[in-house]
Design a binder for this molecule. Structure first.
Ligand code: SIN
Ligand code: FE2
Length: 217
């Protein structure tokens, strides 16, 4: 993948923005299935409610989270990890909805990573004031698989840096229906989300949802 940041080119009708080698923003890629994604999020959250987890350092996260798939990401005082069961209900995380799997597979293929089959989807819920500090996704077993990240609802500013924490960080505006895919040379790039600004979105109200689809195991 080549191209400068924000040097957008239209390919097959979708607007692609290269963020770095092996990282691309597919603008609006999830719009055709946005309503189906939101309805599936509600079904997942009925079984595995959103909760604000605690970091190993003892801080409560501002972002509320839940999961679906055979593995779910969690954090508590004991550390970051994937579990098969929701510690809050004792039941397995809800199954991954087909609409998540299909979108993840299609977006990953369009980004140059064919055959992506996620087994974990972290669902993040941001309300105004929530933020996610710069981090790497590195709790997964095999970094050969990409990350597919879907934005729904209120707009946010995504930070996308490099392999080292001190690398320059681009600010990327993400809106309803945007999909970011990173893998390969960009798989361990740092990323985060700046404090969500107040607002009202027709599809989600005062909320932003993010789906982070991964192959964890
Ligand atoms: C994450 O890194 O888990 C979430 C990124 C986002 O909310 O866009
Ligand atoms: Fe992440």
């Amino acid at each position: 993948m080549t191209g400068d940041l924000f040097d957008a080119s239209a390919i097959d009708g979708a607007v692609r923005v290269a963020l770095s080698e092996d990282a691309v923003l597919l603008r609006g890629r999830a719009l055709p299935v946005a309503e189906a994604l939101l309805s599936a999020i509600r079904t997942v959250a009925d079984a595995a409610p959103f909760r604000r987890m605690v970091t190993p350092g003892g801080f409560q996260m501002s972002v509320a989270m839940t999961n679906c798939g055979s593995a779910g990401w969690m954090t508590d005082r004991k550390g970051y990890r994937y579990t098969a069961d929701d510690p809050q209900t004792g039941a397995p995380w809800p199954a991954m909805p087909a609409v998540f799997l299909n979108l993840a597979d299609a977006a990953a293929a369009e980004a140059g990573f064919p055959g992506f089959v996620p087994d974990a989807c972290l669902i993040n819920r941001y309300e105004p004031g929530a933020r996610l500090s710069l981090h790497q996704d590195k709790d997964e077993r095999d970094y050969a698989h990409p990350i597919v990240s879907v934005s729904l609802g209120l707009p946010a500013t995504f930070q996308f840096g490099g392999p080292n924490r001190a690398d320059p960080v681009a600010k990327v505006p993400l809106t309803h229906g945007d999909v970011v895919v990173w893998g390969g040379a960009a798989r361990l790039h740092h990323h985060g989300v700046l404090t969500l600004r107040n607002g009202e979105h027709p599809a989600t109200g005062r909320t932003r949802f993010n789906l982070t689809l991964r192959r964890a195991m």
